[in-house]
Design a protein around this ligand. Structure first.
Ligand code: MHQ
Length: 271
């Protein structure tokens, strides 16, 4: 590629390999990641804010808890299946987000899959904090705000409590959409994931995203957030491990539900 051609390229994630990334690079990289995030999240913060009054009624909660046996009531395995479908939907948005992170698609296919296999759930959990209302400890789920009690029939109260706790604490940091966007890109671009072929290349893409996060936090005068964000990473990992442990337990009880009714992508990622 000639020099003049290069001048017209919007953003070349690989070029920083040859030269130190300029602040313009980093600025463009941040903007691009923020755009990708915006394009791959279902609800904007203003929309969620406007929906806060929508909370589940006692009757609706009972239907989710399998306490009533009406037409629209979930049994235990149906509730698991329902959550697996919702989780898989959320993962699919994250896959789309990853593909739009500059540099991600240039990684070999094996490494793209390896990063998504181990990181997409973590990103879903970070994104869940956007859907959280700390005032009443509820999360936007099935078009209304739901407390932990809604998930009672899953019979994994410790996992649900830990997920809500994580969302609550992250939400309390009052991150901006830009900060969430770049932080989630960083969560995906983890060069320590198992089964990576070209760790150095992942590390190179990661380095620029790391600079983008520092740049944004510096601009926002919130540099102290960096440490707080890094502190959440091991918590994410333990939450994902707990989810997989719960799935194993559920699979022993309802092997056929998992086998025939859970989304193939869910089984591929967690099964
Ligand atoms: C939405 C927001 C949202 C809200 C709640 C049963 C099972 C497969 C695992 C999230 C354990 C349960 C759910 C709360 C667990 C994985 C459930 C409990 C996107 C979906 C999302 C993030 C739900 C995903 C699935 C969660 C985490 O906008």
């Amino acid at each position: 590629m000639s020099g003049s051609e290069m001048g017209f390229r919007p953003f070349d994630p690989e070029s920083s390999f040859f030269s130190y990334p300029t602040s313009l690079h980093i600025e463009e990289l941040s903007a691009s990641i923020v755009r990708s995030h915006r394009e791959t999240t279902q609800y904007r913060p203003e929309e969620l804010q406007a929906l806060r009054w929508k909370v589940f009624s006692r009757e609706e909660i009972h239907a989710y808890q399998s306490k009533v046996h009406l037409l629209y009531s979930y049994s235990v395995d149906e509730m698991w299946q329902h959550c697996a479908v919702r989780l898989t939907d959320a993962v699919q948005y994250v896959v789309e987000f990853a593909k739009r992170i500059p540099g991600f698609r240039q990684l070999c296919q094996n490494d793209q899959i390896a990063l998504l296999k181990s990181g997409s759930m973590e990103v879903v959990l970070v994104r869940m904090s956007r859907m959280f209302n700390t005032e009443n400890n509820t999360v936007f789920f099935d078009c209304k705000f739901a407390g932990t009690e809604l998930f009672k029939s899953l019979a994994c109260g410790d996992l649900i409590a830990a997920l809500f706790d994580f969302a609550h604490n992250l939400c309390a940091l009052r991150l901006t959409e830009q900060q969430i966007a770049v932080f989630t890109a960083l969560v995906l671009l983890n060069a320590d994931r198992p089964c990576l072929e070209d760790r150095e290349r992942v590390q190179r893409v990661r380095r620029d995203v790391e600079l983008a996060l520092r740049h944004i936090l510096h601009r926002d005068n919130q540099e102290s957030l960096l440490h707080k964000l890094y502190q959440r990473v091991p918590v994410l990992k333990s939450l994902c491990a707990l989810h997989i442990e719960k799935l194993r337990w559920f699979r022993q009880l309802y092997p056929l539900t998992v086998h025939s009714l859970f989304p193939p992508l869910y089984k591929e990622l967690f099964g």
